[in-house]
Design a protein around this ligand. Structure first.
Ligand code: NBP
Length: 496
C-alpha cells in the first residue's frame, strides 16, 4: 500500500476522535486537546471543522478530517470515537455510518442526551459486532464541556480501562477527585444522567417555591431575596443553583418607561422543558419508585405552561381563595429561617428519592451502581453541584445499602430538626394560597414513610370488593378474598 496518498498519510496517531462539532462537541474536543490528547475531528458539515481549527487550532494537537473514512483511519487502536450529535435519529445515522469502518475492540461513545433504552439497544447491537458502545452522561453544558464537565460513562468495564483515563483527565476535579467514574453496564451512564436531570428539576422547583413564599408571604423584593439566597449559600444549602438564584434575582433590565425592573418580573412565568425530567418520571412510574419531588417539578412546569387555561381561570374569577398577603408580627418572625429549613428538608427528600431510583434501575438491569460514587462525581461540573453531595457520599460510604438516605444519621437529624419549620411553612402556604407542590409532597412522603399504618389497607379492601384483587392480613400469612356479594365470609386464595 505504498501509493502516493499513503506516503503522505501521517498514520493513526489520534488518541480520541470527536464527531459532531456543534457547541458541545467542539468544546469537548478542545478540552481533550488542551489536556494533551491528540484529537481527531470530523463533522458532517465541513465548515465546523474548519472553524474549530481556525479559531482554536493552537490550543492542542488536532487531526482534522474531511471524510469519515480518514477520520477513522487517523485514530490509534482501539479507536475511541465520541459522537456529539443531536440525540435520537442523528445518533443512529452516525453509528450506522461508522460501524462498517471500525474493527473489533473499537469504542464508540455517545455523549449526547440519549434515552437509556436507546443506549441499551445500541450497546447490544454493537456488542454483537465486537465493538464497545459507551453511553455517557455529560453534564455542565457548553461551559462544563470546555472547562471540566461531570462525566457518567456506562458500557463495558473493559472499555472503561481504555477510555476512563482520557475522560477523567478532562472532567472537573473536586478535592483532587475527578468527577468521572465508571457507572455500570450498557445504559447505566445515561440512566444516571437522566436521574441527575430529574433531581435538577426538583431542586429548581423547590428553590422557586422558597422564593415565592418569601416574596408573597413577606413581601420581600427580588433584591432583598438575592441577599437571602446569598446568605443561604454560605450554609448547608451551598450550591450552584442557590448561587445563580441570587444572581438572577439581582438582575434588572429597563422596563417600559426605561427605569430598572427586576428581570424576574419581566420574564414570562411559563417554564419550559426539554424532556429529561419527563423521562425520569415515566421511568420512575415503570419502576414503581415514588419520585414525587421530580414528578411535582415536571407537573409544576406543565401547569405554568398551560397559559391559556390559566388565563381562562383568571378571567372567569370563579375559583375563589386567598391570593397571598403579607405575614406580620409573630407570623413573620423567623419565617425566612423556617423557609430555609423547609427547603433543606424537601431537598433531602428529593435527593433521597432520586438515589432510590438509581438503586431501582440498578436492581432492574443488574448494573451494580455505586450510589456514593455518583454523589462524588456530581460534586463538580454539573448543575446540581453542591456541598450537600459530600454528605450524601459520606452516608453511602458508611452504609452502601441504606434503605433510604433519610435514614442516615446526619440526614435524619437534619430533617428531624427542620420538621417543625417545614410544617409551619407548608401550613402557612396553604393558608395564604401559595402553591408549594414540592414542599408539601416532600413532607407527605416523609410522613408516609414514617407511619406504621397507611390508608393503603382501605385501598386493598376496595380493590378486593370491586375486583376480587385479594389482600394480605396482618395477623396471619396468606392471600385472602372476602365474598362481598355472597355470604360475606373470607376465603384463602393461595395454595396452602
Ligand atoms: P446539537 O444537538 O444541536 O446537534 C448538532 C450536531 O449534530 C451537529 O454537529 C450536526 O451536524 C450533527 N448532526 C445532526 Br443534527 N444530524 C446529523 C446526522 N444525520 N449525521 C451527522 N451529524 C448530524 O448539538 P449540541 O447542542 O452540541 O449537543 C450535542 C449533544 O450533546 C446532544 O445530544 C445534546 O442533547 C447533548 N448535550 C447538550 C448539552 C448542551 O448544553 N447543549 C449538554 C449536555 C448534553 P451538522 O453540523 O452537519 O449539522
Amino acid at each position: 500500500m505504498a501509493d502516493e496518498s499513503s506516503a503522505s498519510f501521517p498514520g493513526p496517531r489520534a488518541d480520541i476522535g470527536v464527531t459532531g462539532l456543534a457547541v458541545m462537541g467542539r468544546n469537548l474536543a478542545r478540552n481533550f486537546a488542551r489536556n494533551g490528547h491528540v484529537t481527531a475531528l470530523y463533522n458532517r458539515t465541513q465548515s465546523r471543522v474548519d472553524e474549530l481549527i481556525e479559531q482554536f487550532g493552537d490550543e492542542g494537537d488536532f487531526v482534522p478530517s474531511t471524510d469519515l473514512k480518514s477520520f477513522v483511519a487517523s485514530l490509534k487502536r482501539p479507536r475511541r470515537i465520541m459522537i456529539m450529535v443531536k440525540a435520537g435519529k442523528a445518533t443512529d445515522a452516525v453509528i450506522d455510518e461508522l460501524v462498517p469502518l471500525l474493527e473489533e475492540g473499537d469504542i464508540v461513545i455517545d455523549g449526547g442526551n440519549a434515552h437509556f433504552d436507546d443506549t441499551r439497544r445500541r450497546e447490544q447491537a454493537l456488542k454483537a459486532k465486537g465493538l464497545h458502545f459507551v453511553g455517557t452522561g455529560v453534564s455542565g453544558g457548553e461551559e462544563g464541556a470546555l472547562n471540566g464537565p461531570s462525566i457518567m460513562p456506562g458500557g463495558s468495564k473493559e472499555s472503561y480501562e481504555a477510555l476512563g483515563p482520557i475522560l477523567e483527565s478532562i472532567a472537573v476535579a473536586v478535592d483532587g477527585t475527578p468527577c468521572c467514574t465508571y457507572v455500570g453496564p450498557d445504559g447505566a451512564g445515561h440512566f444516571v444522567k437522566m436521574v441527575h436531570n430529574g433531581i435538577e428539576y426538583a431542586d429548581m422547583q423547590l428553590i422557586a417555591e422558597a422564593y415565592e413564599l418569601l416574596r408573597q408571604g413577606l413581601g420581600k423584593t427580588p433584591a432583598e431575596l438575592a441577599d437571602v439566597f446569598r446568605t443561604w449559600n454560605e450554609g448547608d444549602l451551598e450550591s450552584f443553583l442557590i448561587e445563580i438564584t441570587a444572581r438572577v434575582l439581582d438582575k434588572t433590565h429597563p422596563g417600559a418607561d426605561g427605569s430598572p425592573v427586576p428581570l424576574v418580573d419581566l420574564i414570562v412565568d411559563a417554564a419550559e422543558q426539554k424532556g429529561t425530567g419527563r423521562w425520569t418520571v415515566q421511568t420512575a412510574l415503570e419502576l414503581g419508585v415514588p419520585t414525587t419531588g421530580i414528578a411535582e417539578a415536571v407537573f409544576a412546569r406543565s401547569l405554568s405552561g398551560s397559559v391559556d387555561q390559566r388565563k381562562a381561570v383568571q378571567a372567569a374569577g370563579t375559583l375563589v381563595g386567598p391570593t397571598g398577603g403579607s405575614l406580620a408580627g409573630a407570623e413573620a418572625e423567623g419565617f425566612v429561617d423556617a423557609v430555609r429549613d423547609a427547603l433543606y428538608a424537601s431537598k433531602v427528600v428529593a435527593y433521597a428519592q432520586g438515589f432510590d431510583m438509581i438503586q431501582a434501575g440498578s436492581d432492574q438491569y443488574g448494573w451494580d451502581v455505586d450510589k456514593g460514587a455518583m454523589a462524588t462525581i456530581w460534586r463538580g461540573g454539573c448543575i446540581i453541584r453542591a456541598q450537600f453531595l459530600n454528605r450524601i457520599k459520606e452516608a453511602y460510604d458508611k452504609d452502601a445499602h441504606l434503605a433510604s438516605l433519610l435514614l442516615d444519621e446526619y440526614f435524619a437529624a437534619a430533617v428531624g430538626n427542620a420538621q417543625d419549620s417545614w410544617r409551619r411553612v407548608v401550613a402557612t402556604a396553604v393558608r395564604l394560597g401559595i402553591p408549594v407542590p414540592g414542599f408539601s409532597s416532600a413532607l407527605s412522603y416523609y410522613d408516609g414513610l414514617r407511619r406504621e399504618r397507611l390508608g393503603a389497607a382501605l385501598v386493598q379492601g376496595q380493590r378486593d370488593l370491586f375486583g376480587a384483587h385479594t389482600y394480605g392480613r396482618v395477623d396471619k400469612p396468606g392471600t385472602f378474598h372476602t365474598l362481598w356479594s355472597g355470604d360475606g365470609s373470607e376465603e384463602r386464595q393461595d395454595a396452602h
